[in-house]
Design a protein around this ligand. Structure first.
Ligand SMILES: Cc1cc2nc3c(=O)[nH]c(=O)nc-3n(C[C@H](O)[C@H](O)[C@H](O)COP(=O)(O)O)c2cc1C
Length: 184
């Protein structure tokens, strides 16, 4: 499988089988996430792998409520991964402040995608979740006060009949242009 094939294989999986995820596969995903690039090599992330079913169920319940029910699939996933932003190193903080850029969030996003692409290579499904009750997640995972869980990722084997979807994406000519900005 080449890289383009891998990027197409990765898709948000919202139905999971009961099959447990092998610990070595989780370790490979963590390794892929670890080598991600970051501003000033700050690596401002911490991955909490939640595979204890009690804790996982509590976190899963913090991803939906009666009004916003689209994450109701989350309890099916055998593993949930929480991504915490750590304080960046001094250079990245100064750079971000001077250039008015949220390097932390960019860094975490890149690392998260490394994680998910490796999971896809291992035959695992993932879904990044930005919608969850942050306060509850902080409380459940005992996250220190000055740190934020910015993303959750479900991880597990997709149900047997889960189909590969065609990607709905903007056209290349809309998202990219050469040499100057185009309003296409
Ligand atoms: C930052 C971020 C937050 C997301 N939050 C959610 C979420 O809360 N619930 C969900 O079902 N999908 C969520 N997604 C998944 C997107 O809906 C999905 O990536 C997008 O529709 C493209 O589909 P694909 O991942 O299958 O290619 C999120 C994705 C990202 C990158």
């Amino acid at each position: 499988m080449n890289f383009i094939e891998l990027t197409n294989l990765r898709q948000s999986v919202r139905r999971y089988s009961d099959k447990m995820v092998e610990p070595d596969k989780i370790e490979k995903c963590i390794e892929a996430a670890r080598v991600a690039p970051s501003a000033c090599n700050a690596q401002p992330w911490k991955y909490i792998i939640i595979n204890n079913s009690k804790i996982k169920d509590m976190v899963a319940k913090a991803t939906y409520d009666k009004v916003m029910s689209f994450n109701k699939f989350v309890p099916q996933a055998p593993v949930i991964v929480a991504l915490i932003t750590e304080k960046p190193n001094f250079m990245s903080q100064v750079g971000g402040w001077l250039k008015n850029k949220e390097f932390n969030l960019i860094d975490v996003g890149i690392s998260a995608e490394h994680f998910c692409l490796q999971a896809a290579e291992e035959g695992l499904g993932t879904c990044m979740l930005g919608w969850f009750n942050e306060k509850k997640v902080i409380q459940i995972l005992e996250i220190p006060k000055n740190k934020r869980p910015v993303l959750l990722i479900t991880l597990g084997y997709a149900e047997d009949d889960y189909k590969q979807r065609i990607k709905i994406r903007k056209d290349k000519s809309v998202i990219a242009c050469y040499n100057k900005y185009s309003f296409k």
